[in-house]
Structure formats: C-alpha cells, structure tokens
Design a protein around this ligand. Structure first.
Ligand code: SF4
Ligand code: SF4
Length: 97
C-alpha cells in the first residue's frame, strides 16, 4: 500500500534520473503526492499538486524504466502510482512547467 512507504530511499538509489539530477523528486516523492491526492481529508486541488510534480524535476523527468518499482523492499506499487499521477495531469491537459 502506498501509505506504507518507510522512506528507505531504495527507489531513489536505483533511479537513473535521481542519480543524474539531484533535484528530481523521485518515485517516493511522487508516491507521496499520489497518496494525498486520494485522501478526502486533504483539501488541496489537483492543480496545487501538479505545481509540485508537473515539472522536469517531477513526473516529466521520469524516464519510466521502473527500477524504483523493482527496488522497493515493501512493494509500494510505484509503477501504478506514477501512472496515476500522469493520467491525472493528462486529464486536465497539464503542460510541463
Ligand atoms: S521509473 Fe525510472 S526514472 Fe522514473 S522514478 Fe522510477 S526509477 Fe526513476
Ligand atoms: S523504496 Fe519503497 S519504501 Fe523505500 S522510499 Fe521508495 S517507495 Fe518508500
């Protein structure tokens, strides 16, 4: 489950983008945003989330090879979480900032 991330950093350590770009948010960060997006207690709008992850340092920097998903020791579904955020951004026509 996404909310069970233990912040070990294994997904970041195996990520080519994170190793090349120190400001890349990484799969754990994008997963955290996805978790808040589905939390009914969180009143922020989708656009407010996209301001954080809708950039070259966020979702648009991800090259999609899914080492993060392979490396997570507790099976956080990072592949699905990244795809979820991408779909939500595409649905509103979000362009890279
Ligand atoms: S899919 Fe690849 S580039 Fe994207 S966050 Fe995962 S490991 Fe990094
Ligand atoms: S590898 Fe999994 S548990 Fe570790 S920080 Fe990444 S998402 Fe969280």
């Amino acid at each position: 489950m996404p909310e069970r991330c233990i912040e070990c950093g294994c997904c970041i350590g195996g990520c080519a983008t994170a190793n090349l770009k120190p400001d890349f948010i990484g799969a754990a960060g994008i997963n955290r945003v996805a978790r808040f997006m589905v939390d009914p207690r969180d009143k922020r709008s989708e656009l407010e989330y996209f301001e954080v992850v809708g950039s070259e340092d966020g979702v648009f920097g991800c090259i999609g090879l899914m080492a993060c998903d392979d490396n997570c020791p507790i099976g956080v579904p990072l592949r699905g979480q990244l795809a979820f955020v991408r779909r939500k951004m595409a649905a509103v026509g979000w362009k890279m900032r």
